[in-house]
Structures are given as C-alpha cells and as structure tokens.
Design a protein around this ligand. Structure first.
Ligand SMILES: Nc1nc2c(c(=O)[nH]1)N[C@H]1C(S)=C(S)[C@@H](COP(=O)(O)OP(=O)(O)OC[C@H]3O[C@@H](n4cnc5c(N)ncnc54)[C@H](O)[C@@H]3O)O[C@H]1N2
Ligand code: MOO
Ligand SMILES: [Mg+2]
Length: 413
C-alpha cells in the first residue's frame, strides 16, 4: 500500500497537461468564464489610458491654489466643462480652471483636481476654499499598467476579475484550453439507473452521478458510459471504448479482491501499465491507477476507483481532482486545500491508513471549527455525506484525536 503523499506525487507525475499548441479553442469572452488561458496576454494600452480625474470637481494649476484657505480663497475662471468621454480643447492658463467630472481626461496645463465639496461656484467662476495636495485626485496615465508589459499569465483561470481585464484590454476573443474529457463508467451487475424499478439485491448507480457532478464542477466534460455488468467481455469493450475518446477514464467498483472484481485484469489485457493497486487511505484503499500509451497521440490516465460510494468520492477529491486541475492547463494550485481547524468531536481511526472523516467546516469568530457528521462513517454510507464540506485527516499512526485539538481538514466544496 502506497502512502497517500507518495500516491499523489506519483499520480501527478503521470499527468500530461493539455498542450497549448493543440488542445486549445478560441472563445468569445462571455463564454470564457472558468476556463484556463493558454498564452500570456499583453496590451498596447496604458491603464489608465490618459491622466484623468478621480473626483467630480475642478481641474486646476497647483501653483494657483497651493496657499489658499477659507479666509484667503483663490477664485479661478472656468474655461471648459469636461465630462467623461470628451477630449479637452483648452490649455488651462494661470488663473483658470476646468469643470471636470469623474473619469474625464485632465486638460493640458492642469495638474491637480479640487473636489467639488471644497469649492464654491458662482457662474463661470469657482472659489477654492482649501489648498489641495499637489496632483490630488489625478489618476496618472499608466499608473496601473504599462503598455507592453505582461498583463495576464498563461495557465490562470479566467474569473470575473480576469474577464474584466481582458475586456478592458479589448481582447474580445481569448484562447483557452479545451475542456478535458472524462469518461465515467460504473461496474456492477447490481446497478440500475435512478429511473428504473429496483429488484431485490439491486441498488442505484449513484457513483455515476456523483462523479459526473464532480467532473462538471471542475470544468471538464463528463462522458457517461453508464453501468457495466460484472462480465469480463462487457467490461473490456466498455473500457476499450472509453480510452479511445477520453483523456481520463474513471471507473468505480471491481478493484478489490472479490470474484467479480475484473478491472485490473482487463486493464492488463488491454495493455495498460498499472502504477498503483492500493493506497494507504481510508476510505479508498483499493485504488487502481494505470496509463495507456499508444496508439493515441496523448496518453490516457485510468482511475479504477473503489465502488463504495464514499470511497469513490474521497479518492476523487484526494487524487482525481488534482489530476484534472493539472491536466486542464492550470499552472499551479493543483493540490487540495487543507485548513487548520479545531475538531468539536473526538475522532478515531485504526492508525494503519491515512483516515478521512467527513463533516462540516465552519468559521466561528475567525477560527475554523470542524463538526463530524453524525451517523455511521462507513464507506458504504453516502447519506450523511450530504451537506458536508470537509474531510478531517487523521495521519497514519494516530488512532485518536480528542475534541478541542487542532487538525487539518481537506476542503471539498
Ligand atoms: N476481502 C476483502 N474485501 C474487501 C476489501 C479487502 O481489502 N479485502 N476491501 C474493501 C474495501 S476497503 C472497499 S472500498 C471495497 C472496494 O470494492 P470494489 O472496488 O471491488 O467495489 P465493488 O466490490 O464492486 O463494490 C463495493 C460496494 O460498492 C457498491 N457500489 C459499487 N458501484 C457502485 C455504484 N456505481 N454506485 C453505488 N454503489 C456502488 C457495491 O454495490 C458494493 O456495495 O471492497 C471491500 N472489500
Ligand atoms: O477503505 Mo474502503 O475504501 O472504504 O471501505
Ligand atoms: Mg469488490
């Protein structure tokens, strides 16, 4: 059994990220949310594009107003009104000012803005009641970004801030990585679809739905291959089909030592290289990780996840999620986030495998608290997994952690 950290490192070393040359598509900016940028973006524009006013007020020459105060105000002649979107026509001379609105271009000759509240207006004259700072309320050209320097790096996820930056830089279309394709198949002769009547001994194929939801949440495209009975020929043809269409294949079930656990055997028959057969994690010990090399242009990574519903989810969060993040072209941040939290209950584990117990992570007065889900922590119990958002990690060798102790909790929402 491989320790969890070693399994994570080995799995990440098997991942070939999508290629910025081949695996890309060009999208309208509005469709690019949550996608990953393939190439660096620079802009020919400075930000701000020109000196402009940060306030509604008056553009003045600092020299005219630097010593004014309420008892000794300065009165200036207003020679122009400058709303946003208008190019000033006048150069401000000594004794002159321009009415200026927020975001409007500074006129030549002026270097400072006096906010409206520090002035009194009489027709085409304005009285400045208080000396401003030199260059007050002027947003200088290129103060935020200089044209030609790096604007956005490749391998970042495009969320609202990045989309705003791209729009402002007039990048109406953007090159992003295509979505990774993830084939999902469930093994088990006992499985039926949710809309089928249940016969004695049968259960619903919930793993297919759970895995599809997780794949979608990560921005990848799930290819649903359904439930495959525990028959070697059926399984072989399903896996053979999956590896021709997907970047990653996820199966659940059939990886332990039972009489109908055929996955490893079939992978070997199909020419896969099996890298992992078991990991020291609870739940999730019987985890198979394999690669298919040729004849595809790119290799296919195969995860034989354990069939127990919680084991399938925990191994997805711990190992498949980082894989999909790396594969997707993200430059960093593949690994799960572990948060220090104070457990509110006693936690127990056999100490032989790295244990993961599900529960709820919550900020209370600035500190995270972990509340263990009530009910059974059996890997077959998916019911109390609902409404949880964290997995408390119990290191190998540790059998009991007392309530009130600080622990690491893996965030899973
Ligand atoms: N003698 C041993 N038996 C088992 C061991 C072991 O080390 N020695 N390991 C146990 C552990 S740990 C796990 S986890 C399971 C993993 O089993 P498999 O991956 O072979 O999965 P199956 O046997 O096919 O199914 C296990 C369980 O999960 C249910 N299942 C399967 N697929 C689905 C699905 N798509 N949706 C919902 N539920 C599913 C299935 O009905 C079984 O109840 O092996 C232990 N046994
Ligand atoms: O360790 Mo198995 O993955 O749950 O029961
Ligand atoms: Mg089994």
């Amino acid at each position: 059994m491989l320790p969890v950290k070693q399994a994570e490192a080995l799995i990440l070393s098997l991942v070939n990220p999508l290629s910025p040359a081949q695996d890309t598509e060009v999208l309208d900016l509005l469709s690019a949310s949550r996608r990953i940028l393939t190439a660096a973006v620079t802009s020919a524009l400075d930000f701000p594009h020109w000196d402009n006013s940060a306030m509604d007020g008056y553009a003045v020459r600092f020299a005219d107003v630097q010593s004014c105060k309420a008892e000794q105000p300065a009165t200036l002649e207003i020679v122009e009104e400058i709303p946003a979107g208008y190019q000033p026509q006048q150069t401000i001379q000594p004794g002159q000012a321009a009415r200026i609105l927020t975001g409007a271009m500074m006129p030549a000759g002026a270097d400072t803005v006096v906010m409206q509240e520090r002035t009194q207006r009489q027709g085409d004259r304005v009285t400045i009641l208080e000396a401003p700072e030199f260059q007050a309320f002027v947003r200088q050209r290129a103060a935020f970004y200089q044209a030609g320097t790096p604007l956005l790096k490749p391998g970042i996820e495009l969320n609202a801030p990045e989309i705003a930056v791209l729009a402002a830089a007039q990048c109406a279309q953007v090159s992003v990585y295509r979505r990774p394709r993830v084939a999902i198949l469930s093994t088990g002769s006992e499985l039926v679809a949710p809309d089928q009547p249940l016969q004695p001994g049968q259960i619903v194929d919930s793993n297919q739905y759970a895995l599809a939801a997780l794949v979608q949440q990560l921005g990848a495209e799930p290819l649903l291959l359904g439930g495959i009975p525990d028959e070697p020929e059926a399984l072989k043809s399903a896996i053979a089909q999956a590896i021709t269409t997907a970047d990653v294949v996820l199966s659940s079930g059939g990886v332990s030592v039972g009489d109908y656990d055929y996955v490893d055997e079939i992978l070997a028959t199909l020419g896969a290289e099996i890298h992992i057969r078991a990991v020291a994690i609870k739940p999730g010990k019987p985890l198979t990780v394999a690669t298919f090399a040729a004849p595809q242009a790119r290799s296919v990574l195969y995860f034989g996840l354990p069939g127990n519903p919680v084991s399938a989810l925990v191994t997805f969060w711990r190992f498949v999620q980082p894989t999909l993040r790396k594969l997707s072209g993200l430059a960093q941040g593949w690994e799960p986030t572990f948060i220090k939290a104070c457990t509110q209950q006693d936690l127990r584990s056999d100490g032989k495998r790295e244990g993961y117990l599900w529960g709820h992570l919550q900020l209370v007065d600035g500190d995270y608290e972990f509340r263990l889900a009530g009910g059974s922590h059996s890997s077959g119990n998916l019911i109390n997994l609902a409404q949880t958002n964290g997995l408390a990690m119990l290191p190998v060798g540790q059998t009991a952690i007392a309530a009130g102790t600080e622990i690491f909790v893996m965030q899973v929402d």
